[in-house]
Design a protein around this ligand. Structure first.
Ligand SMILES: Nc1c(N[C@@H]2O[C@H](COP(=O)(O)O)[C@@H](O)[C@H]2O)[nH]c(=O)[nH]c1=O
Length: 222
């Protein structure tokens, strides 16, 4: 089945957390690393997050650099990649920043979630993929049908776990911040699952680079 090339990108603490328990957004990247992520965003057709990340971070998921936005427009692409949310329950705040501004958003949910979703058609297209869950392969096939060749997945841990355990991440970018959070309840990079990226079938390290005090690791699945 045709699906987009999937890049999974996250910033983590040295002990593998994506966030702490405070209501403020935790900054793990530095400016140069955020700019690197912006460049990756500018090179994709769609950016996806889970509903938990929308609730926790209220992200915009836009290309920030005006130069990169102009380059996309010159290539005949939208300045902002298609924004995608995975939400099995459909419980999303229609007032989230993602849904303002007029750029398209697709929400992949379940049939039950589509019935419960309060996000109107002017803000997002809501697509049911299965009865009670989000069928990732169906969502990816749908994205391919919309012309999405490259998809960036930006969290959170539940979405990372779903993509990695289903062997659907072609590239993994991890920016490691030089501190530990030690949170018991904090959001983790991944949660326990049967991962095919085992010691017997490791990922291939293609880049390891210092970006200031942040360590960038890039892996491929082949
Ligand atoms: N805090 C953090 C990240 N957080 C990611 O950035 C998203 C928000 O993007 P934006 O809409 O542009 O503000 C957020 O939903 C989450 O996926 N990413 C990183 O590379 N490094 C970081 O330190």
């Amino acid at each position: 089945m045709e699906r987009p090339y999937v890049i999974l990108s996250a910033a983590v603490s040295l002990d593998g957390f994506l966030d702490d328990d405070s209501p403020d957004r935790l900054v793990l990247s530095n400016e140069a690393d955020f700019d690197r992520v912006d460049e990756v965003r500018a090179g994709v057709d769609a950016i996806a997050v889970g509903a938990g990340t929308v609730r926790a971070d209220d992200p915009r998921l836009q290309v920030r650099s005006a130069t990169r936005r102009d380059e996309r427009l010159a290539q005949g692409r939208r300045a902002t990649p298609l924004r995608v949310v995975f939400s099995p329950s459909g419980e999303l705040d229609p007032g989230a920043r993602l849904f303002s501004g007029g750029d398209p958003v697709v929400v992949y949910t379940s049939e039950a979630g589509a019935a419960a979703c309060h996000v109107g058609p002017e803000a997002a297209e809501v697509v049911a993929t299965a009865a009670r869950e989000v069928d990732l392969e169906a969502a990816l096939a749908d994205l391919a049908g919309r012309g999405v060749a490259r998809l960036l997945v930006e969290g959170g841990g539940t979405v990372h776990t779903a993509f990695l355990s289903a062997d659907l991440a072609d590239e993994v970018h991890v920016a490691v911040a030089p501190f530990l959070l030690g949170e018991r309840g904090g959001a983790r990079f991944v949660y326990p699952a049967p991962f095919p990226q085992s010691p017997a079938r490791p990922l291939r390290l293609v880049e390891a680079r210092a970006i200031g005090a942040v360590a960038l690791l890039v892996y491929r699945r082949d």
